[in-house]
Design a protein around this ligand. Structure first.
Ligand code: 13P
Length: 255
């Protein structure tokens, strides 16, 4: 059985007090969900990580970072290393988000270095892939995602790859309110699984968790998560609302 995972990517939102309030609300709501098996991951901005890991001692959610450095340690002003994150009980990290690819010029070489850093410090990479709208319109979405998956992850050996979570986030669906249709998402998830099968074999393809992201919310989550290859979500805007986020976590379990 594949792990069902819902990760909340807060992006660059909320001040400290708002973050504290959101964490408290999440804890209160999650504490009521004793049967919840979904792996819940909260990915706040760096300055709130410690606050979040302190609260996560109650084990109601895991804490993820939104980024990490491609470098190990040393004179890299402004960077945050995987070892720092690991030492703060950060267990997951989003890598290769389209916003980082676009605004911070993160290329395949940098992303493989980041994936390697995460794995070297026992941090689960949530590796994001997804096509731009013109690529989908040109029928090139499979080609784009194939490139991203192959060049971001396929240097890993089997043991390393088994620790990776993939998130399919079509860029045109992020923050736009336009979600991929369940069929479009399912089709791409199935395609990603065939790529994993070709490289690592059917067992790995079967057990890799692949999340969907892009305008996923409490209203459309069940329909998306009900698709056979969709194992949960990477949630942006809707992760800033405690009730909505917890509802999505519940839907991942029951869908
Ligand atoms: P939205 O849910 O706001 O569309 O963002 C998705 C996303 O980018 C999560 O990483």
């Amino acid at each position: 059985m594949r792990r069902k995972i819902v990760a909340g990517n807060w992006k660059m939102n909320l001040n400290f007090q708002e973050a504290e309030e959101l964490i408290e609300d999440l804890l209160e709501l999650l504490a009521e969900e004793e049967e919840l098996k979904t792996e819940v991951v909260v990915c706040p901005p760096y300055p709130y990580l410690e606050l979040t890991t302190d609260f996560s001692e109650e084990k109601l959610f895991h804490v993820g970072a939104q980024n990490l450095s491609a470098f190990d340690a040393g004179a890299y002003t402004g960077e945050i290393s995987a070892s720092m994150l690991a030492s703060m009980d950060v267990t997951h990290c989003i890598i290769g988000h389209s916003e980082r690819r676009k605004y911070f010029n993160e290329d395949d070489q940098m992303l493989t270095a980041k994936v390697n850093q995460a794995l070297a410090h026992d941090i689960t990479p949530i590796f994001c892939v997804g096509e731009l709208l013109p690529e989908r319109e040109a029928g090139e979405h499979f080609k784009t995602v194939r490139w991203q998956v192959r060049h971001g992850l396929f240097h890993l050996d089997t043991a390393e790859f088994s620790k990776v979570v993939i998130a399919y986030e079509p860029v045109w669906a992020i923050g736009t309110g336009v979600t991929a249709s369940p069929a479009q998402a399912a089709e791409m998830h199935a395609y990603i699984r065939t790529l994993i099968d070709e490289r690592y074999g059917p067992e790995m393809a079967e057990k890799t968790s692949i999340l969907y992201g892009g305008s996923c919310n409490a209203k459309n989550a069940t329909e998306l998560f009900a698709q056979p290859g969709i194992d949960g979500g990477l949630i942006g805007g809707a992760s800033l609302l405690a009730e909505e986020f917890v509802s999505i976590c519940k839907q991942a379990q029951t869908a």
